[in-house]
Design a protein around this ligand. Sequence first.
Ligand code: AN7
Length: 367
Amino acid sequence: MPLLRSLRRLGSRPTHQDWPGLIEAYRRWLPVSASTPVVTLHEGATPLIPAKAVSERIGRGVKVFLKYDGLNPTGSFKDRGMTMAISKAKEAGSEAVICASTGNTSAAAAAYARRGGMRAFVLIPDGYVAQGKLAQALLYGAEVIAIQGNFDRALAIVQEVANKYPITLVNSVNPYRLQGQKTAAFEVVDALGESPDWLCIPVGNAGNISAYWMGFNEYKAAGHCRNLPRMMGFQAAGSAPLVLGHTVEQPDTIATAIRIGNPVNRDNALRVRSESNGDFMAVTDAEIIAAYKLLGSEEGVFCEPASAASVAGLLKRSHEVPDRATVVCVLTGNGLKDPGTAIEHNDARFHTGLAAETDSVARVMGF
Ligand code: AN7
């Protein structure tokens, strides 16, 4: 019997499973009540993809998986935190939210705030936000304010604005953000049946690494897993305050998402490192781009440069991974966010300006 007909007969829907969004899915783990107005784009439930090429590069039976959070509704892990932050802002009667952003937070804040009927103000470092992210913030209807300064300066300004005026701050200093983001750790354990041995993650403001650690610990306390991962945080070499142990005044990296010199969750991050026996390490832009291209061309996974820092870091530290260990690399954002970097950095053969003729096409194909 043809597949479609047999599925119809069974009454199932082959292409889409109902996923209510992470607040409904993990409600009992989150600070929401029956009266919380849930603002959701059905975020979460992102795939954990086996990374065959990366695993083979390491060898020794090490199994690497990619937590592809670039498949969230606005294309990054920020949606996990934003569904919570915006729902709680709405519950509190807030009419406007504000954030500083290297791009992804602004896209998520804009989408969820507008969906919740609120105004969204976003401060971005002028000229240092990838094109896709800026396009999103504008299209979703945020009020975008580009400042002549970096992310750290923008964050200081929005914190002052939120202190002085009636507007809700939705950067990761907002505790609901981390509550939502911890659900990614739940999904990893739900998929693997246990915590991975290592969790490799890019680090900017260190909100996500803190959220994952909270999630793994809550699941362990509830008996959903027996172990906890070593938390391995990777920063871009030009923006590595947690590796250096001091603020970086002029952070610089091709991975603009993590171009952050003064992480607000610094204390949390240091606690995660010691509690998990983890580590922070810097990866160079060249290492980031090499991992970015490897993920695209050998795994078929397009992430943004900042996300590739997790895989670049794993490859750099791979000699320390125990035999047969399970490693999860978090891919925080979608590659489509930053088309400019992909077009500039790839090993493709791109034949342009060809005559529109079969012969000339066949010739460049090598026939
Ligand atoms: C793709 O959007 O800070 O360590 O303003 O976009 O939790 O800060 C983005 C951060 C990693 C770092 N990967 O996460 C912002 C912003 C991507 C990101 C990070 C970001 P945190």
